[in-house]
Every structure is written in C-alpha cells, then in structure tokens.
Design a protein around this ligand. Structure first.
Ligand code: C5P
Length: 246
C-alpha cells in the first residue's frame, strides 16, 4: 500500500484536556493523517477523546505503551480493537508471549466486530534510556542499538506490525526487519523548528528517506503560529524524502 506524505504524518495531541485538543483537531483536520493520543490526554479524558476523533472520521494512534502480564495486555488489545483505533503499542520488554497473545487476541476481536485490525507496534528501548541506564538500572548488558534490534525482531516474530523507533534506529531496523515492517518515528524536527527537549533529531525529509513509515510530530505543529502551514511544510519535506528514499 502506498501512503501519501499526509497519511504518514501523525500529530501528537500532547494537551491536557478535550477542549485544548478540540481546537487543534478542528484547525488541522484534513491536513494530517492521524492523531496520537497518549497517557496525559487519555488519562484526563478516557475514551471520549477517541470517540471525538472517530466521529470526525479521523484515525487514532493510541499511545498507551501497554506493559503487563500477557492476559492483561491481550484484554487491553481487544478493547483497542473494539474501539477501532488505527494503531496502538505495547512494550517489547513485556516479552514474546505477551506480544504474541496480544497480536492474536487483537486480530480475533477486530474480526468479531467486523472492524479492520489495528496496527500493533512495539516500543523497544525508550529514547530516554542511554547505555548506562540500560546496563545498570534496567540490568540489560550491551549497546542500546543491539537491544533495539533484538526487540524489533522479536516483535516481528511475535506477529506485530512494527515498532516505534527514534530516527537514528530507522535504518538498522529497516535492514533487519524488511520493507513491510512499520516504523513510526518521533523526534522529527524540520530545520525551521525548535528542537525543544529532543536531542538526536532528524528532518522529516531524512526520516522518510532512510525508511520511516510514519512520523510523529508534536510541538513544531501544535505550537506553531500557523499549525496548518507548519503541517503543510512538513508534508512537503516528507514528500521530498519519499522521492529520494534509499
Ligand atoms: O513535540 P514533539 O514533536 O517532541 O512530540 C513527540 C511525541 O512523540 C511526544 O508525544 C513524545 O512523547 C513522543 N515520543 C518521543 N520519543 C520517543 C517516544 C515517543 O518523542 N522515543
């Protein structure tokens, strides 16, 4: 399936409540492909925000990073499928069995409802975790990149559709997991936008060029004086990257 640049652009709705989300959604509907609802907004508003987006025909990435025993996560996956979200994620650290059971249960739940199955993504090593933290605090030895690739391949073997990965991990995951594996990439910054707290950023053009399937962009769009223009400029940059992809 060939996706347009706009379809590949996911906007992070990192806002405290439905009211703040509404004004962004109203402004940007038609200019972006999907909305990422994370812990802050979902904890504040619950399924109301998902319903609000679905009623407007918008796609939702439910970014709650499930991490629990297999039975609990697979039940959450079934709920996500019944809600009809387009994608959601789990932590690869939850293990092969947790991911495998969640993939199966999510597909079965979607089938039962006659709804399309959500894309199921794995979060590998969080970008806030450096090698020292991984080795000493988490207790996993070796390099971050080695663990990222290991978990990405494990997620693929468990039947997941892709991973959330930082820009610097895109190439190696693409090489190891192939063309069909979805790579959703935050930490994307156009040259004209502030980096904020993102450290190892990549432009939208380069992220697409090296193999990202989707990019997640928050503040460069949501805090822009003209969010529609910002989204359009990012889509143009993504298109360039798609036309020159490796
Ligand atoms: O505003 P900004 O573009 O930095 O937003 C990026 C979004 O992607 C935020 O919701 C952030 O939590 C999320 N994210 C990230 N880096 C990760 C995983 C998720 O920036 N490794």
């Amino acid at each position: 399936m060939t996706l347009s640049a706009k379809e590949r652009l996911i906007v992070a709705l990192d806002v405290p409540d439905l009211q703040s989300a509404e004004s962004l959604i109203e402004k940007l509907t038609g200019h972006v492909g999907m909305w990422k609802v994370g812990m802050q907004l979902y904890t504040a508003e619950g399924p109301k925000i998902i319903d609000f987006l679905h009623e407007r025909g918008e796609k939702v990435f439910l970014d709650l990073k499930f991490h629990d025993i297999p039975n609990t996560v697979k039940k959450a996956g079934e709920v996500a499928a019944r809600m009809g979200v387009y994608m959601f994620n789990v932590h690869a650290a939850g293990g092969m069995e947790m991911m495998r059971q969640t993939a199966i249960s999510t597909r079965e739940a979607a089938e039962k409802m006659g709804k399309p199955c959500p894309l199921l993504l794995a979060v590998t090593v969080l970008t806030s975790i450096d090698e020292r933290t991984l080795n000493e605090d988490v207790g996993i030895s070796g390099k971050v990149e080695t663990q990222v690739v290991k978990w990405a391949k494990m997620a693929q073997e468990a039947g997941l559709d892709g991973v959330v990965a930082s820009p610097r991990e895109i190439e190696v995951i693409r090489q190891q997991c192939g063309d069909q594996f979805a790579i959703v990439t935050p930490g994307v910054r156009p040259d004209w936008a502030a980096k904020n707290d993102q450290k190892r950023t990549m432009t939208p053009e380069d992220a697409l060029r090296v193999g990202a399937t989707y990019v997640v962009v928050g503040r460069p769009i949501t805090q822009a004086s003209d969010p529609v223009q910002a989204a359009q400029m990012i889509c143009e940059s993504m298109e360039k990257g798609m036309n020159t992809s490796c």
